[in-house]
Design a protein around this ligand. Sequence first.
Ligand code: ADP
Ligand code: ADP
Length: 216
Amino acid sequence: MATFIVLLGPPGVGKGTQAKILAETTKLAHVSSGDLFRENLKNQTELGKLAKSFMDKGELVPDGVTISMIRDRISRPDCEAGAILDGFPRTPAQADALETMLSEFGSHVDVVPYITGDESVLIERVSGRWTCRAEGHIYHQKFSPPKKAGVCDIDGSELYQRDDDKIETVTKRIHVYLEQTIPLVEYYRKDGKLVEIDGMQTVEQVTKELLVALKK
Ligand code: ADP
Ligand code: ADP
């Protein structure tokens, strides 16, 4: 049966960083809703234009379009064995929709690592984040700098700072997360799927705890 992992946690806690490492280790697909929206933005699709108006304000893109984007993505062949979901679901309606779509595939959410962190550290992490233009590889100017400033170590593409990583937008995103995503913590805790992980440790320590959680 396929394995579906939902990574929960506030903006900047390290979901993307860890999802990329776990995808390599487990060979599961990495499905990042933020990356999918940014891809649409780059390709100037209608969805991209719509998403941008919400992303720029630090608000969530409406559930309907977000859910159908994820449905399309996890219907692709590379998700047959399962996926690591990073940034989705983020609202109770999205969590319900995920359950329905996975049950259509004869599957379900297996485990929900919940990565936690302090607001001041989250702001420091997001403010120093540099993202690769081609594939969304993630760096930090202080905590995980690229070998050459402004260039991705992995594919040589340009690194940029996301528009929504400015301090005002980050603070808004953290509040949106507390209001709209925190209810999912209880939803998955009641299901016995939640595993809390302290995201303030090093990248390596967080990965180690995630791998233990996945084995259970
Ligand atoms: P999220 O996807 O949850 O928003 P990211 O994985 O993009 O978080 O990480 C946010 C920033 O923090 C990035 O610049 C990343 O390099 C850095 N980062 C991620 N995990 C750690 C960690 N454990 N310690 C220090 N910096 C980290
Ligand atoms: P971070 O990794 O820092 O948490 P993301 O890349 O996941 O940020 O998300 C960036 C923005 O994309 C969000 O602020 C929101 O506007 C939009 N977004 C991403 N995932 C979702 C989702 N599941 N539902 C609605 N909007 C989303």
